[in-house]
Design a protein around this ligand. Structure first.
Ligand code: GCO
Ligand code: MN
Ligand code: MN
Length: 391
């Protein structure tokens, strides 16, 4: 049996917009035909994915009548059932239509904001009907080029207002649904509001129902900001806010590439999988492993399924490598936490007595400064595990 073959327990998911991406870019037309959602469901199941995610308009085109909508939803539900796939996450397209050219929830025109909230309520209903438990908000047009058009504080307040509104909607409907906010620093706007996962985490703490809302960090987006994706994800996990994740790959300093997971920066991909899987003994991420990426524009349909299988395979290989790394005796020795019976209790919590005792100790900064920490050895060993030399 292939140890890297995906299983439902791996919880791998793809978006209709990812494996259905026809390869259009700002400089060129589509290179692949637009596939039917039911066909994508069948092919994803064949590849071993467990879930498929969607924007409202990936399934139901804007302007469809109620009966057209119901027919499309029914067909899709039949395909899900026939092929054993679930819909873990759903989202709203609040960026493609020209109406959203100035943003959706943060747009200056109240009619646009009202339309965006109504579209989101409809899309939430659709997601819930399909079984989604997670609802992603990616504000693709929430940003500016002509920054004088509004005070950025107004944008923050409008975003908060819209999220509070939609949280109340979900509560009112008694839906079992949580929200996950996705940050991106730029593209398609010159500058987007809430450019990083850290910005989103703070916004969440100001909402009326922060317990319903978490984050959906994306590899490419944090890399575009030049930041450590692993640190962003770890901070979200530490705050119990990692509700969803967008896996892909990205070269730093480029446009949003949405490349196949693991195809760039393998070291970061390794550390990410290690973190998500908790191979060093930390709590494991329980949500879906979603690939928000697409095949190269050079590919035909066969290349798309190569891309999908490759994404999952790389994840599982990295997981096996991380398990071997963390089981290694030498590695465990190098990263073992130092315990100190005197200092640990003194430092655990401030009290006047603890502070006095701390001040009374003799410190030796010169010795602390001169001792090597062995991190060269540790990192090299990690790279060798990553390259398959050990374990
Ligand atoms: C991007 C974004 C999108 C969103 C998706 C879900 O790459 O520009 O990540 O793919 O994740 O629209 O809202
Ligand atoms: Mn994304
Ligand atoms: Mn992206």
């Amino acid at each position: 049996m292939d140890p890297f073959a995906p299983t439902p327990e791996d919880r791998f998911s793809f978006g209709l917009w990812t494996v259905g991406n026809p390869g259009r870019d700002p400089f060129g037309e589509a290179v692949r035909p637009v596939a039917k959602p039911t066909h994508l469901v069948q092919k994803l199941a064949e590849c071993g994915a467990f879930g498929v995610n969607l924007h409202d308009n990936d399934l139901v085109p804007m302007g469809a009548s109620a009966s057209e909508r119901d027919l499309l939803v029914r067909e899709f539900q039949v395909a899900l059932k026939d092929h054993g796939l679930v819909v873990p996450m759903a989202t709203t397209n609040l960026f493609s239509h020209p109406a959203f050219k100035d943003g959706a929830f943060t747009a200056n025109d109240p009619r646009v904001r009202a339309f965006a909230v109504k579209k989101s309520m409809d899309a939430i209903d659709l997601g819930v009907e399909l079984g989604a438990k997670i609802y992603v908000f990616w504000g693709g047009r929430e940003g500016t080029e002509a920054d004088a058009c509004r005070d950025p504080r107004t944008a923050v307040a409008r975003m908060r207002e819209a999220l509070n509104y939609l949280c109340e909607y979900v509560r009112d409907q008694r839906y079992e649904l949580c929200f996950a906010l996705e940050a991106k620093p730029n593209e398609p706007r010159g500058d987007m509001y809430f450019p990083t996962t850290g910005h989103m985490l703070h916004l969440i703490s100001t909402l009326d129902h922060p317990e319903m809302v978490g984050v959906n960090p994306e590899v490419a987006h944090e890399n575009m900001s030049g930041l450590s994706f692993v640190h962003a994800v770890a901070q979200a996990m530490e705050a119990d806010k990692l509700f969803h994740i967008d896996l892909n790959a990205q070269k730093i300093g480029r446009y949003d590439q949405d490349l196949r997971f693991g195809s760039e920066d393998l070291k970061q991909a390794f550390l990410l999988v290690r973190l998500l899987e908790g191979t060093s003994g930390t709590p494991r991420y329980q949500g879906p492993r979603h690939f928000d990426s697409h095949a190269y524009r050079t590919e035909d349909e066969a290349g798309v399924w190569e891309f999908a299988r490759g994404s999952m395979r790389t994840y599982k290989i990295l997981k096996a490598r991380a398990q071997a790394f963390d089981a290694d005796k030498e590695v465990r020795g190098l990263i073992a936490e130092r315990k100190d019976a005197l200092l640990d209790p003194l430092m655990a919590r401030y009290s006047a007595a603890n502070a006095r005792a701390l001040r009374g100790l003799t410190h030796d900064p010169a010795a602390l400064g001169s001792a090597g920490l062995g991190y060269e050895r540790l990192d090299q060993r990690m790279i060798e595990f990553l390259m398959g030399v050990h374990g």
